[in-house]
Design a protein around this ligand. Sequence first.
Ligand SMILES: [Zn+2]
Length: 484
Amino acid sequence: MSAPAVLPAPVILRRSPPTVRERAALLLGRSARSIARRLGRSGGTAIPGLVAGALAPRLIERLALQPGHGVVTVTGTNGKTTTTHLLAAILRAGGIEPLTNPSGSNLERGLIAAYSGNVDSSGALPDAGRRAGVFEVDEAALARLLPRLRPRMSVFLNLFRDQLDRYGEVDSVAEGWARGLDEMRTPPTLVLNADDPSIALLAQHARGARVVSFGVDDDSVALGHAEHASDARFCTCGSRFTYAAIYMGHVGRWHCPSCGRTRATPEVSARRIELREDSSTVEIAIGQGDAAEAFTFELPLAGLYSVYNALAAAAAAHALGMNAGTIASALSEAGPAFGRQERFEVAGRRARLLLAKNPAGLNEVLRVLTVAESPLTLLAMLNDGVQDGQDVSWIYDADLEMLATGATVVCSGDRADDLALRFALAGVTPVAVIADTERALDAALARTPPGGRLDVIATYTAMMDVRTALARRAGVGAYWEGNK
Ligand SMILES: [Zn+2]
């Protein structure tokens, strides 16, 4: 590989210690967190940030200057948490200690909370010289955070339609990202998904900064047809993109027939992908032609969407100077991120938790399930909280029809009835509809053969509920106990 094995020194930014007011804000935030944890209702992942950010509004700017290896942001509709988790694992394997927001608390308050849990009483990050901030950032929050966090690298994964009540149209989200990049004095290295045209076109805002693109080059995993969730994408010239291969939604090898703009050959590509029921084999190539360096690894995660997340993490790690061996071994050893393909042994059954909160994400999860050879037992949960998306009509944009009609399905969550109707219309009539999480889990486990697998698909808040139930039954601790 042409990149050095040792992480190059980052650009040193003007660093000054936190002010007295900011230190006080951090300490107050920390006490707010311990109170929240003692009350037992949540991990208190956002509270310290809310308290501290309100007292010291410029705190995030100051904190972001501390990690010696700078800050990396990870943004996109789907895959932020897993990609952040995988990139953090690679950096750790390469001797860099990541500072990250592992529970998916990805607004400004979540980032401040990640710092406040790690700084000492003077507000300084211990061992800052060998640390890097690796943060997933909410799509809508990124535009305003870019000029303030001043990341050295920004990873952009994909842009799908998601919770329109919160984000507005996808085009305005992409415009926000471009504006945020334009407002930065020094643009970051851009790590871009070449296969998603809305992401690839961000290269126009690099202003001379390095651009590392990643993408899939394996037609064996392409779809034979466009999906419902594939909202049409239009080129900046106004024409609709055409595709030589579609990998998911509007993501694939795209081309504009009018102006000739086309998907560029990615610098980091996944070729020879084998998707299995609960893992994948992936060959990643870095560089092109004779100069390319390729390595194959077993990814302990299922689905092409997981391959994209691993590919994005590999591209970012490569651009940070990590070598292929470190990347391959870290990716094959990294477990799942919180609530994303986590597995639990419960009552002699294997339960697997799959988060799905928008049509594109649900389609990819369903595609994972269709790989299974044995008949499916499925607990499907739909909530309509703010973090789930309050308008649940999005379930009609997902292709539930791809499930085999032999699947045994229990529906649950606040909107269990709506979900049951959607399944029935797809030809898979649920065997039970039970709003209550514990009772629904009992019913689904009872219908799973001993030694068999129960797949649990859930929207965000439903995932939090059912994960608590699964973790308790499996004897696993609460998530904040694992990442102090
Ligand atoms: Zn065009």
